[in-house]
Design a protein around this ligand. Sequence first.
Ligand code: HPA
Length: 233
Amino acid sequence: MATPHNTASIGEIAETVIMSGDPLRAKFMAEKFLENATLFNTTRNMFGYTGTYKGKKVSIMGHGMGMPSIGIYTHELYHFYGVKQIIRVGTAGCIQPGINIGDIVIAQAACTDSNYINNFLDIPGTFAPIGNFDLLTAAAKSSKDMNIPYHVGNILSSDIFYDSKENWKKWQKLGILAIEMECAALYTNAIEAKRKALTILTISDNIITKEETSSEERQKAFTNMMKVAFSII
Ligand code: HPA
């Protein structure tokens, strides 16, 4: 069986899936971290691979940019392919002093300016998308044990990358640590499917100072994030 966006057959995707926005990043991770990786999807070039990591079956797949995109892929993984846990590894811009480029942010919860949740759920109020507690605590412990600078807290999943109205300043006042574009949809899908999810981010840019990562810093931070992700699966 396949879906409109994924040609994998049932059983070809592991119960644990690590996802990144960029499908080429997923390809790179599969080549670098997995043994015997096989490609299960090329539809829309949203590459997905299944292999083993320390003997454990794991899949790695891209999810694209924004909540509609991650919403589709993760819904299908949970509902059609029986996936039990999804760990998103991505980048974000930080909006609090004390967080530096290259640090890790583990998303305890995700606010959003998107209408994804309202369209997806039928509830008489606002829903709070939160990450899975066991994955969250394991990721925090691993980061600490590995001496990787990390922060745990609330983030913003925004529909807007080019924030011309500087809305980030309003979220900053509410203690939001960083801004990315997918986590709220992932957490909502996971909770609705009664499955697990966690988002681990590396800070690629500082929205306050407009500082950006050098490629060397980006690689080091990315490796740190992957170490944390693989340590909790
Ligand atoms: N905004 C949204 N998503 C992001 C950013 C940002 O500044 N940086 C990396 N992902």
